[in-house]
Write a protein that binds this ligand. Structure first.
Ligand SMILES: Cc1ncc(COP(=O)(O)O)c(C=O)c1O
Length: 396
């Protein structure tokens, strides 16, 4: 009874691994959400909005106060003043903004270019639009790409490119030089660019997040998508947004009005407070420092367990190398790790069109309490001895 375009769309790997983690009682470092509470000042603002009876439909393209706060934040980050009326749209999570944008720019037979691995909603959103995703490989360990391969991915059917930086699942932060290459090719082919920058506040060491829209000639063709869920650790509120020129916002809004129409009013009000007061609270610096500590904790635990990690510049994920452990693929390792060691991770092959192209790695999320990361570390020390035990049983 399903429409043909839905055939072959599996449940997301995050829900599959979370279900297995729940059944087995594993520490869940799979799905990417914080297990620590979001900030009190944001929760208090939501309670006040509910008590203040801000509970009816918001303006479809976003509560004015929130759009103004987003515009002011964009100006702080980029130095560019934008019009909150026409150049900002609030959506129900970044996922909705990505979906709306892809429906707006991709039609039947059209192609959307994305670096691979990619966030798993991209190909499905392209399929639901009647188009298809064309992947361009990122190569570990630094997840670099070959500009000639990027050029070769463009065809007469290419309508848009979607770029994710800081990148899930690899933790790559695209450098200015790389962004310049991407920008030049997109301008040459005159395509729209959708950028998914939901981890823009979570960068480490000397990595610098550069919004692609700030490069010369890019504002007019770029829709920048973000998520307050990541920035303010409230993923369940699903408040996302898009910033870009009026024409691209209008296209996005044409879809948005019939997908969700408007997002939850009290949560939009609370996020307006969040953006308005975060800088004076030192919130962004603390967020970064907290994530740096969590990354260091998990990285040490994985390295000690014989799972060397790849370098990361941003996001809240670490990729660990499984080479030499004897597993045929990442999914079998992640099932083993969840059920035998009691720690859930996500197999990055889920982020590839052809899973056989995925390198042998596992993705671990460190958006977790120190206590959760320590519990995972205690379990992970058993990894090598458990693998040796299994191998000796198998060889008997
Ligand atoms: C790269 C990327 N884009 C988008 C999203 C979804 O954001 P939201 O929860 O705001 O829909 C996620 C969440 O994991 C993500 O990792």
């Amino acid at each position: 009874m399903l429409a043909r375009r839905l055939h072959g769309i599996p449940p997301t790997v995050f829900s599959q691994m979370s279900a297995l983690a729940m059944r087995t009682g594993a520490v869940n470092l799979g799905q990417g959400f914080p297990d620590f509470p979001g900030p009190d000042f944001v929760k208090d603002a939501a309670k006040a909005a509910i008590e203040g009876d801000l509970n009816q439909y918001a303006i479809g393209h976003g509560a004015l106060r929130l759009r103004r706060a987003i515009a002011a934040t964009w100006a702080d980050q980029t130095g560019q003043e934008i019009d909150p009326e026409r150049e900002v749209t609030v959506t129900s999570g970044a996922t909705e903004a990505i979906f709306d944008a892809i429906q707006a720019f991709i039609g039947p037979g059209d192609e959307l270019i994305s670096f691979e691995p990619f966030y798993d909603s991209y190909p499905t959103s392209a399929t639901l639009a009647g188009g298809r995703l064309v992947p361009v490989t990122l190569y570990p360990p630094d997840w670099s790409f070959d500009p000639d391969q990027l050029r070769a991915a463009f065809s007469s059917r290419t309508r848009a490119l979607i770029l994710n930086t800081p990148h899930n699942p690899t933790g790559k932060v695209f450098s200015r030089q790389e962004l310049e290459v991407i920008a030049a090719i997109c301008q040459e082919h005159d395509v729209v660019v959708i950028t998914d920058e939901v981890y823009d506040r979570i960068v480490f060491d000397d990595a610098v997040h550069v919004p692609l829209a700030t490069l010369p000639g890019m504002w007019e063709r770029t829709l920048t998508i973000n998520s307050t869920g990541k920035t303010f650790s409230m993923t369940g509120w699903k408040i996302g947004y898009a910033v870009g020129p009026a024409s691209l916002n209008a296209a996005l809004r044409a879809v948005h009005q019939f997908v969700t129409f408007a997002s939850a009013t009290p949560f939009q009000e609370a996020m307006a407070t969040a953006f308005e007061t975060a800088p004076q609270r030192g919130y962004y610096d603390r967020l970064r420092a907290d994530y740096t500590r969590r990354r260091d904790l998990l990285r040490a635990a994985l390295d000690d367990a014989g799972l060397p990690t790849l370098p990361i510049g941003g996001s809240y994920f670490l990729m660990a190398d499984l080479a030499g452990l004897g597993f045929p693929d990442d999914a079998s390792f992640c099932r083993f790790l969840t059920s035998e060691i009691g720690v859930a991770a996500v197999p990055p092959s889920a982020f590839y069109l052809d899973q056989a192209r995925a390198p042998l790695l596992a993705r671990f999320c460190f958006a977790k309490k120190d206590q959760t990361l320590r519990a995972a570390a205690e379990r992970l020390v058993r990894l090598t001895s458990r693998i040796t035990e299994m191998m000796s049983v198998a060889n008997r």
